[in-house]
Design a binder for this molecule. Structure first.
Ligand SMILES: [Zn+2]
Length: 128
């Protein structure tokens, strides 16, 4: 696991952090964390540390992968994390898919969210 120096990992939800570490170990891959707890304003789950963004795997940015590789790997990363969240998963946005576990997204919203996450995986958890 590696992170940019401005990324606040200490403030990340413990369950989310633990699931991310275990997913990384399962995949024997280094996840590059581009965001943890950060003040985004509005209702972003990053505000209180309930979301994490991963923009690199083993040093390669999703942005530098071809679209199908980014989609496939992003989906795997997200699935490995969400499967370890014990039902607390909330938002799952990757280069390959976008859905919420707590509410239905319209097809348009889903495609827009997938499009805006072309270069990273975002996973958030519900309030404890
Ligand atoms: Zn995010």
């Amino acid at each position: 696991m590696s992170a940019g120096h401005e990324t606040d990992l200490a403030g990340v939800d413990r369950d989310l952090w633990s699931a991310t570490v275990r997913a990384s170990m399962e995949m024997r891959s280094d996840f590059g964390i581009s965001s943890g707890k950060s003040n985004r304003g509005g209702t972003s789950a990053h505000n209180d540390g309930r979301a994490i963004d991963i923009n690199r795997v083993d040093g390669t940015r999703f942005d530098d992968m071809d679209a199908s590789a980014a989609a496939s790997l992003g989906n795997r990363v997200a699935a490995e994390i969400v499967n370890r969240l014990g039902g607390r998963g909330m938002e799952v946005f990757t280069p390959g898919m976008a859905f919420r576990l707590d509410m239905h997204l319209s097809k348009t919203s889903s495609l827009n969210l997938q499009g805006s996450h072309y270069n990273h995986v975002h996973v958030s958890v519900r309030q404890p």
